[in-house]
Design a binder for this molecule. Structure first.
Ligand code: HEC
Length: 158
């Protein structure tokens, strides 16, 4: 009776062990099949990569630095546009003692003192007292400054 019990116990244990071993094989085979496959199609993988990519990167290439920090060239503005966008901020109302657009006496005096439009333009490029170089817009070209000076003189009637 007791020998029979022992036999049954051993059978049961071996059965369970056998089942577990079989299950292990099944799991290993299934895992191997799954991992062997391409997990994502390349487009999805690229999307995923871009989503988890770090924000920004260190710039070590001087060429790349130059490209990123270059002042974007703008399409040349007309004198009228420069005056409207930049110069009139001070010259419209005479802020800081700027000669006002329309003040004939002030502009004629400055024009003859500077020796004409070119002289005034050169002075505007350099800056003078409270007048910042190029009216504070370093990206304006000499031609744009000269055009703006000519425009202010024209609007003033000088
Ligand atoms: C932040 C205010 C400001 C802005 C903006 C500004 N100006 Fe002036 N500007 C002045 C002041 C102030 C003076 C008078 C400087 C002085 O004689 O002390 C002046 C003087 C001038 C003169 C006379 C210079 C001379 O030699 O007598 C010219 C020309 C001139 N500005 C052109 C321009 C042009 C062109 C622009 C736009 C691109 C411009 N300014 C924008 C403030 C400004």
């Amino acid at each position: 009776m007791s020998a029979n019990n022992d036999q049954n116990f051993v059978k049961t244990v071996l059965g369970v062990i056998g089942a577990l071993v079989a299950l292990t094989f099944v799991i290993v085979i299934v895992a191997a099949l799954l991992s062997g496959k391409e997990p994502l199609d390349p487009a999805a993988a690229q999307k995923l990569q871009s989503r988890i990519a770090p924000i920004g990167h260190e710039i070590t290439d001087p060429e790349e630095f130059k490209k990123l920090t270059a002042v974007a060239p703008h399409t040349p503005l007309t004198g009228e546009q420069v005056v409207a966008q930049v110069c009139s901020a001070c010259h419209g109302s005479g802020v800081l003692g700027a000669p006002k657009i329309g003040d004939k006496a002030a502009w004629s005096a400055r024009k003859s003192a500077a020796g004409g439009v070119d002289g005034l333009a050169a002075s505007a490029e350099k800056g003078k007292n409270s007048m910042p170089p190029r009216g504070g817009r370093a990206d304006l070209s000499d031609d744009e400054i000269k055009g703006a000076v000519a425009e202010m003189l024209k609007q003033t009637g000088v």
